[in-house]
Design a protein around this ligand. Sequence first.
Ligand code: 3AM
Length: 180
Amino acid sequence: MRRLFVAVTVPETVRRHLSLLAGGIPGARWVAAENLHVTLRFIGEVDGALEQDIVDALAGLHQPGFEIRLEGVGQFGSAASVRSLWAGVARCPELLQLHRAVHRAVSLAGAPADRRKFVPHVTLARLKRTGPQTVAGWLGAQARFRSTAFPVTEFVLFESRLGREAAHYTPLAEFPLHER
Ligand code: 3AM
């Protein structure tokens, strides 16, 4: 069994820009620059046969390439406890369309459901038992974050192996997007 997810990767220049946001929050575990990505669909643990069906389903998609820009920051978690900090993605109908197509394809292939609402983002840090007041200063200081726009020319199926400190992501297959 492998734990899978589908994501869009972020180019080196933008990852470098994002890594400037790391710091200033006690106890935060900052995501390593090479692991920064926009998840399109979390899949979870699947066996080899289902993985092959998912790869075939993704290979059958014919979606156009587009540009995105990262903009703003936010948090996930409850009112009492912040779970993660992220950079947002500026409004992008093509990314939502790609998400819908990937979501539908892997669901039809038989992947476990993922009912979370899609909020496009790049996770920057994971936190434990952190109150909102601890991150308020960081959120305020980074509110005006804005990356350069960059082209999305493919999406990637990743394996995620959970380590004690951080997850290890391995690209398993890349799926090109197409010219309009
Ligand atoms: O893109 P990010 O880092 O926000 O949080 C996990 C990570 O999201 C998310 O899938 C991405 C790759 O691991 N994830 C992990 N478990 C999940 C679950 N059960 C999940 N998303 C939805 N449901």
